[in-house]
Design a protein around this ligand. Structure first.
Ligand code: ADP
Ligand code: MG
Length: 776
């Protein structure tokens, strides 16, 4: 007697064929219903679905067959396979208008769970589930034309399969595919025996992998496969979207779901008025969403991408502008010019023109009635700290306290020592507060800050932790803002002090405004005179031993050196340690025995890192092998050589930042970039660093050198609003959307007019979605 799973198979295959042949009920002699009557006994629910089949419209037949196939999936644990009924399969336009923000209907629990794992809960989520990339499958090659050792995507019909084991015991699974010319190919999977259950003769498959030709035999080592059993042919013969997905949620399923939804959807209303679209040269939202999922051409895809990116930036800019205009009343801290001269006169140098300009901007803010929120941006060593000290001084003279928050203890300590040098002679007392201090020390510091005796408190996030009260906080300076969470920043802002954020990250002006959103911008674009620029040289990995000679030389002169290894991938913390550790061990072998080498990486605790750094500063080590954890950092005037291994793996701005770790003392300093490959592109990028010492020039160059990538660049904004948009690559769109946002708000500051109704709704929705407080 046939087992249930045999019966299941005997049902499934004809159903698949029926679906593919357009549901004309010609697959089985006597009709599908007859077949089910004979072999469908164990599957009551399938029987119910198919009942009355011959009387149904083809579209409804397709629904039923898909439903039946979904019920017949052997292992429900595998989640929605290509056969499961797609999300949105039971929709019509009328219900969708109201249902778009409701949870998806008609899904099995497994499908719902999988979809929600990639962020899809409602129809709108599905609509806005943006493809990660695209594959051009308009003309897939015939098997006969495949060249050995190339990476290809092909489609074919499964005509057989075979499971076996290699001599070494590796499970091999082969599917024999036939293309439309009758040529054959064998697709091979290693160690994925469970796939056997998903492959059936008669299925159409799309496979991507590496070609191995053995005489007339063609083999393909499969990297990616899709089972293509949809009647709409969504997965071949076109530019195909590849979505962010998860185990068990197939691409074909996602495509089909999106397709169903778009088919059911009437023209989607646009939140931008038609006149605006025309003026900006933007495609409609409806067109854009259809084309982003199923582009008819590259041009259509480009237009769709542009429109959707434009929206992302527009809503981001609107949010930023609306937030900014929500003025917070600030403390008035007027500055007396005579007093300011007193500060300048106490300095061992005079301010550069750039320092003067930004200081004037800061002091003007502090004197006004609105809370300052300003970003002070300047290259390493451009004199930001000195400017901040002047602002602290100005506040202190009016009886206000200031706080400076740094991302690490060692940086906090360094700031404390610097600021104390500036301020103590002028009678301004400073206090240091660190988490690692004893509770006694902390208590004393807190008391002096609380009573107002200390005019400046310097510390880490310990400053915003429990139990610290300022008596009259007027100014908060935050160093390297990106290391602090938004929440931490807000906490320090409870008293609405003026806020100055210092950053050495050179972001071009147009981007800084968007990236830092609600902050005004002051830029120090000039270095103090007499700086010895760091000489930068480019070496090939083959010349590494020469590099080590230089390191030894420098150490022999009594100087210190850094050697930085790249972090392979953000997530690959282990590799990071391995490469740092390997380099560390290697250097111990290669450098003279009396060179004292230490190691620093991201997996060490904050205290461990601080200790290594502190000992390096005291010259207990000659060479520090480190990852980019030293990027933001401590001044070590005796460190004069920076070696960066695999320099091509770093962004230009980051290389510049790393280079800024040396050249901080009286000695001439240099930086050696070791290129791990010889490609033209690497050469070109790294030469930009060799040629320029100006962070802004380098940041612009970085922008320019980034190619368009494949069909879309990688995302890297760090802003939750941006899914398609890229802060670095989309400068023009940012400018355009900002200009439009400004115009709109000038015309209608609260977006209350009727033309703005949809726009405002969309803004509120997106603002909620990214977890920002409501702006209007
Ligand atoms: P940043 O915080 O931007 O890295 P700092 O304020 O720490 O820069 O300044 C770096 C060094 O340059 C310090 O030693 C500081 O005393 C010195 N410096 C700052 N401004 C000037 C100036 N106008 N002329 C000369 N030296 C300066
Ligand atoms: Mg500094």
């Amino acid at each position: 007697m046939a087992s249930v799973s045999d019966l299941r198979e005997r049902l499934r295959r004809p159903l698949l064929v029926e679906l593919r042949s357009g549901c004309r009920d010609t697959t089985v002699v006597g009709g599908l219903e007859k077949l089910i009557a004979t072999v469908g006994k164990p599957f009551g629910d399938v029987k119910a679905l198919i009942s009355g089949y011959s009387e149904l419209e083809p579209a409804e037949r397709a629904n039923r067959v898909e439903g039946a196939l979904a019920l017949l999936v052997e292992e429900p644990k595998a989640g929605p396979t290509a056969h499961a009924r797609p999300a949105a399969s039971r929709l019509d336009a009328a219900t969708l208008e109201q249902a778009i923000d409701r949870p998806l209907l008609d899904l099995g629990a497994q499908a719902a769970k999988k979809l929600s794992a990639v962020g899809i809960r409602t129809y709108r989520d599905l609509l806005f589930h943006m493809p990660r990339r695209y594959e051009d499958r308009r003309a897939l090659p015939h098997f006969g034309t495949l060249e050995d050792d190339t990476q290809v995507t092909v489609a074919g019909l499964v005509i057989g399969r075979k499971a076996s084991r290699s001599r070494r015991g590796i499970a091999l699974l082969r599917a024999f595919l036939e293309d439309s010319r009758g040529d054959r190919l064998s697709a091979v999977w290693f160690n994925q025996p469970w796939l056997e259950k998903q492959l059936f003769p008669g299925q159409r498959m799309i496979v991507t992998g590496k070609v191995k030709r053995r005489g007339r035999q063609v083999e393909l080592a499969v990297q990616h496969m899709e089972i293509d059993d949809d009647s709409e042919s969504l997965s071949t013969g076109r530019i195909v979207a590849i979505y962010p997905s998860t185990q068990g949620l197939s691409q074909a399923y996602l495509r089909r779901s999106a397709h169903r939804l778009l088919t059911a959807l009437d023209t989607l209303p646009d939140h931008l008025p038609r006149t605006v679209l025309a003026r900006q040269g933007l495609t409609s939202l409806d067109r854009a969403l259809r084309d982003i999922h199923f582009p008819a051409s590259e041009t259509a895809l480009q237009a769709a991408t542009r429109r959707l990116k434009f929206d992302e930036f527009l809503f981001l800019e609107l949010r930023v502008l609306l937030n900014r205009d929500a003025d917070v009343v600030g403390k008035r801290i007027p500055v007396d010019q005579a007093e300011l001269s007193e500060f300048e006169n106490s300095l061992p140098f005079s301010f550069t023109a750039a320092q003067r300009r930004v200081l004037a901007e800061i002091l003007e803010d502090m004197a006004g009635g609105r809370q300052m929120a300003r970003l002070l941006q300047g290259d390493v060593g451009s004199g930001k700290t000195a400017v901040a000290a002047a602002a602290v001084f100005a506040a202190a003279r009016r009886g206000y306290q200031a706080a400076l928050m740094a991302p690490t203890e060692i940086l906090a300590r360094q700031h404390y020592l610097n600021l104390r040098d500036y301020l103590y002679p002028l009678g301004i007392s400073c206090e240091l507060l660190l988490g690692s201090m004893t509770s006694g020390e902390r208590g004393t510091a807190k008391a002096r800050i609380g009573s107002g005796e200390a005019a400046l408190a310097v510390g880490t996030h310990a400053l915003i932790q429990d139990g610290l009260h300022f008596s009259r906080l007027g100014l908060a300076v935050i160093d390297e803002e990106h290391r602090f969470g938004v929440e931490q920043r807000r906490k320090l802002l409870q008293d609405a002090p003026h806020v100055l954020v210092m950053s050495a990250t050179p972001i071009p002006r147009s981007l800084a405004l968007t990236y830092y959103g609600d902050l005004d911008l002051s830029i120090i674009d000039e270095l103090p005179p007499g700086r010895k620029p760091v000489t930068t040289r480019l070496f090939n990995a083959a010349k590494r031993s020469e590099v080590y000679h230089q390191v030894t030389d420098e150490i022999r002169k009594g100087r210190q050196a850094f050697l930085v290894t790249p972090l392979v991938e953000d997530s690959e913390a282990l590799e990071e340690i391995v490469s740092t550790t390997r380099m560390f061990e290697d250097l111990k072998q290669r450098l003279p025995a009396d060179c004292r080498i230490a190691m620093l990486h991201g997996r060490m605790s904050g205290a461990e890192k601080d200790e290594v750094m502190e000992r390096f500063r005291r010259h207990e080590f000659d060479l520090l092998v480190a990852t980019t954890v030293i990027e933001v950092g401590v001044d070590i005037p005796n460190a004069t050589l920076m070696v960066i291994e695999n320099a091509e793996r770093f962004g230009l701005a980051q290389l510049h930042q790393l280079r800024g770790r040396v050249g901080r003392g009286e000695h001439a300093s240099s930086c050696i970039l070791v290129a791990g490959d010889r490609s033209r592109n690497t050469q070109k990028r790294l030469e930009a660093i060799v040629r320029s010492n100006d962070g802004f020039v380098i940041a612009e160059k970085d922008l320019e050198l980034r190619g368009p990538g494949e069909l879309r660049g990688t995302r890297q904004s760090g802003l939750p609003d941006l899914i398609l948009g890229d802060l670095v690559g989309d400068g023009d769109l940012i400018e355009e959307s900002r200009a439009l946002a400004k115009q709109m708000l000038e015309a209608d500051p609260h977006l209350g007019a009727s033309w703005a109704r949809r726009l405002k709704e969309e803004l509120q929705r997106r603002t909620r979605a990214v977890g920002f407080r409501q702006v209007i």
